[in-house]
Design a protein around this ligand. Structure first.
Ligand code: NAD
Ligand code: IPM
Ligand code: MN
Length: 368
């Protein structure tokens, strides 16, 4: 349709700072491509706890269900850490993922040429990296029952349950193989099948399903080895498909290939709904200082244009604008390496720089 309805959930910490930059960009590409952008903002996480006593209200959830897509900043902060688990900010995120059926979390990790120096890893190790982590998002240890802390005769015990069903594995494998089919046709399934039964089922199901995509190379890797390989030789990977918690951990690790967690976008997709969010959290240590890198959230809006808004050209334009902005030397603190040849900018200035680079009349290099 001509109107794009987006629900914005800024959340906590740096969430509001990074989402407002991303909305500026979304507004600009919608205008350029002849769409009207309508955004509605709702409190979520700690902000919602403070206002309504709950991390996620029914009204917010209903609004998300009606929207063309949801943009989320981040949730969480130490002031809410002592709440019971269903009253913690993070419960909002888990509730949204579950209620919206967002079982597939895509986390692309691609090196930006201008940031080769920003990574703690050597340039020759990271230069050709282009990975898509496909993280299962509504199952596994995040959602298994029972889950509790209880008293015992001698103290207490805490219990979490790790469950995967064939159906859950089959649908995430489907996403992974379809993704690999339009990329470099290689899938690495990451598990802990040498120890966990849920992983043995995972691996068996992946093997069986993979027969539908004979043109795609499948390999299996144990998660501990994968963590090591991501640092040793990350360019060996194309698509990584893995369980909820493994994907959470491996993607933060892989973010350092790009130079910063502040660069990594994500798309959480289901059959009917979609939510876009940076991989990073609310960064309480820099919140409120206008210091956060907004590029992960801006790149998440590019993914939104591609997967939810039927604006593939806009997605490319945003990604290109991020590239040229970096090429022209704009750096937030987290990706700065050589302040003498760079523009050290704050969150808002970085957003504005990307906005300017979106303008096709400006040649790259205009700013330095
Ligand atoms: P974090 O990602 O918030 O921060 C880790 C480190 O990375 C910090 O030093 C932070 O300053 C830095 N960082 C993160 N994003 C950045 C950005 N855009 N620009 C520059 N630097 C950035 O992880 P954490 O500290 O472990 O968690 C803080 C809170 O965020 C916790 O409450 C956690 O539950 C929550 N969290 C939320 C989400 C989410 O909402 N999607 C994701 C991860 C963590
Ligand atoms: C992420 C976050 C969340 C997760 C937390 C905040 C619930 O770390 O999106 O990566 O573990 O999925
Ligand atoms: Mn995480």
């Amino acid at each position: 349709s001509v109107t794009k309805n987006i629900v914005v959930l800024p959340g906590d910490g740096i969430g509001p700072e990074v989402t407002s930059e991303a909305v500026k960009i979304l507004q600009a590409v919608c205008e350029r491509h002849g769409y009207k952008l309508e955004t509605e903002s709702y409190d979520v996480g700690g902000a919602s706890i403070d206002r309504y006593g709950r991390p996620l209200t029914q009204e917010t959830l209903e609004a998300c269900k009606k929207a063309d897509a949801v943009l989320l900043g981040a949730v969480g902060g130490s002031q809410w850490d002592d709440q019971p688990k269903d009253k913690r900010p993070e419960a909002a995120l888990l509730g949204l993922r579950k209620e919206l059926g967002l079982y597939a979390n895509l986390r692309p990790i691609k090196t930006y040429e201008p940031l080769l120096q920003s990574s703690p890893l050597k340039e020759e190790i990271i230069k050709d990296v282009d990975i898509m982590i496909v993280r299962e998002l509504t199952g596994g240890i995040y959602f298994g029952r029972p889950r509790l802390i209880e008293k015992t005769n001698t103290g207490e015990r805490g219990v979490d349950t790790l469950v995967y069903t064939t159906e859950e594995v089959e649908r995430i494998v489907h996403t992974a193989f379809e993704t690999a089919a339009v990329r470099n046709r290689k899938v690495t399934s990451v598990d802990k099948a040498n120890v966990l039964d849920s992983s043995r089922l995972w691996r068996r199901t992946v093997k069986k399903s993979a027969k539908q995509w004979p043109e795609i190379t499948l390999e299996h890797m144990l998660v501990d080895n994968c963590a090591m390989q991501l640092v040793r030789a990350p360019s060996q990977f194309d698509v990584i498909v893995t369980a909820n918690m493994f994907g959470d951990i491996l993607s933060d690790e892989a973010s350092m290939i790009t130079g910063s967690i502040g660069m990594l976008p994500s798309a959480s997709l289901g059959k009917e709904h979609a939510m876009y969010e940076p991989v990073h959290g609310s960064a309480p240590d820099i919140a409120g200082e206008n210091k956060a890198n907004p590029l992960a959230t801006i790149a998440s809006v590019a993914l939104m244009c591609r997967y939810s808004l039927d604006m593939p050209e806009a997605a490319l334009e945003i990604e290109e604008a991020i590239q040229t902005t970096l090429k022209d030397g704009f750096r937030t603190g987290d990706i700065s390496t050589d302040p003498s040849s760079e523009y050290l900018v704050d969150t808002e200035e970085m957003g504005s720089a990307v906005l300017k680079h979106l303008n096709p009349d400006l040649q790259p290099g205009t700013f330095l």
